[in-house]
Write a protein that binds this ligand. Structure first.
Ligand SMILES: [Zn+2]
Length: 396
């Protein structure tokens, strides 16, 4: 049965590749979009109708307005800066008690390929919806009170604003050094990337290292498919240990979107999901790096067949995907080890060494040694997530 399934997977992957060029593997075709298909919001008020992309300045102003409007629910972290000095930001959202360390941390990150801007828009609208719904929607209030949600709407701003801060119409896949950021991560299985680690990725690695994200998604466009680990291997070569869990999560996401539009997520597989390597194998991608080295489950969501979606289609994609995007955050409470959040689970071959003087914690895992800085945290008990397992650390 399993062999048949694998064969079907491989056959479907081969069939797809025969029918359609791999959209993630080719350089972008520049400037093919009619200028009329892209409308930019040049003021905050113009963005309020959610039928435009923001200019870079409006994007910055939106992030600031989230904090100004909901200071008790969120704050902005600067992940880093791009090659050209644009800011890479993350909005950290919680319900009551911003500093509650016991909540599992979730992460959405979008548009590391600068021209794949649907996710950029969706993430901004998601931030807005989560914040506005706190206290009025029982569902959202409960989610925010139990979860720390970090949202990075734009991880390659130079690529997105290649044509200048006032338009995304000339966006490109690469960063300003013309490096594909999704081929630039240290590879746990293969070779080193061709180019030096880029500032955008170095900043992202540092940011993730400072958190204990348990679940995340990296948003792309150009196809509609849920792409889960591994990217470096086909499922025949090496199955991810959580592959059955991933399939269920992906199916729930796709099914939810299809309640609104039954034609979505059909251009790669009919199921709407696939093991990354069964679609096509890549090296030095972000997904495998974070799954392997950073103790978190990250998948790649390809959310729109068009990379730079016409602004007239943006609202429809939000209507299709908003519930699925919110439900995916909830999956953090359904991890097969989630019952051990806040409770010490048996940890095999791991030891934690808290240093009560400096607040630093060193954990020896099976794949490496991990350092956590608790120096700015109050004394107490903390759970750090090491290789998918919770480790209790007591700071005295
Ligand atoms: Zn992409």
């Amino acid at each position: 049965m399993k062999k048949t399934l694998i064969a079907l997977f491989l056959l479907s992957a081969v069939a797809v590749m025969a029918q359609k060029p791999r959209p993630d593997a080719f350089p972008p075709v520049p400037d093919t979009l009619s200028p009329k298909a892209i409308t930019m919001a040049t003021t905050l008020e113009e963005m309020d109708t959610w039928d435009k992309y923001p200019t870079y300045e409006v994007y910055m102003a939106m992030m600031q307005r989230f904090v100004d409007s909901f200071p008790d629910l969120c704050h902005v972290d600067t992940i880093g800066t791009s090659v050209q000095g644009r800011l890479i930001l993350s909005l950290a959202i919680t319900g009551s008690d911003l500093n509650d360390m016991y909540r599992p941390e979730f992460f959405y990150s979008s548009t590391m390929h600068g021209d794949e801007v649907t996710g950029f828009y969706l993430m901004l609208r998601l931030c807005d919806t989560l914040l506005r719904s706190y206290g009025t929607s029982q569902e959202i209030t409960s989610l925010l009170d139990r979860t720390r949600i970090c949202i990075n709407p734009l991880s390659n701003p130079d690529g997105t604003y290649r044509g200048g801060n006032n338009t995304v119409a000339r966006a490109m896949r690469y960063n300003a050094n013309y490096v594909d950021l999704n081929r630039n991560y240290p590879d746990p299985f293969g070779t080193d990337p061709l180019e030096p680690l880029q500032p955008e990725n170095e900043a992202m690695i540092n940011y993730v290292s400072q958190h204990s994200f348990r679940l995340s998604a990296n948003l792309h466009g150009g196809s509609e498919v849920m792409n889960f680990p591994w990217d470096s291997y086909t499922s025949f070569e090496q199955l991810n240990e959580h592959s059955e869990w991933w399939k269920q999560v992906c199916k729930r996401f796709v099914d939810t979107c299809r309640l609104v539009d039954s034609q979505r997520f059909r251009d790669v597989t009919n199921s709407g999901y696939i093991v990354g390597g069964d679609w096509y194998v890549i090296s030095n991608g972000r997904q495998d790096y974070f799954n392997y080295y950073h103790n978190m489950r990250e998948m790649t969501m390809e959310l729109s067949t068009s990379k730079t979606l016409s602004t007239t289609r943006l609202d429809h994609y939000w209507q299709c995907q908003s519930h699925a995007l919110i439900n995916y955050i909830k999956e953090i409470h359904n991890l097969d080890d989630s019952s051990s959040v806040g409770i010490v689970a048996p940890v095999v071959n791991m030891r934690a060494y808290p240093n009560p003087t400096t607040g630093a914690v060193t954990v020896e895992g099976t794949r490496g040694t991990y350092h956590y800085d608790l120096s700015d945290r109050p004394t107490g008990v903390y759970i750090v997530n090491v290789e998918g397992r919770p480790v209790k650390v007591v700071k005295h």
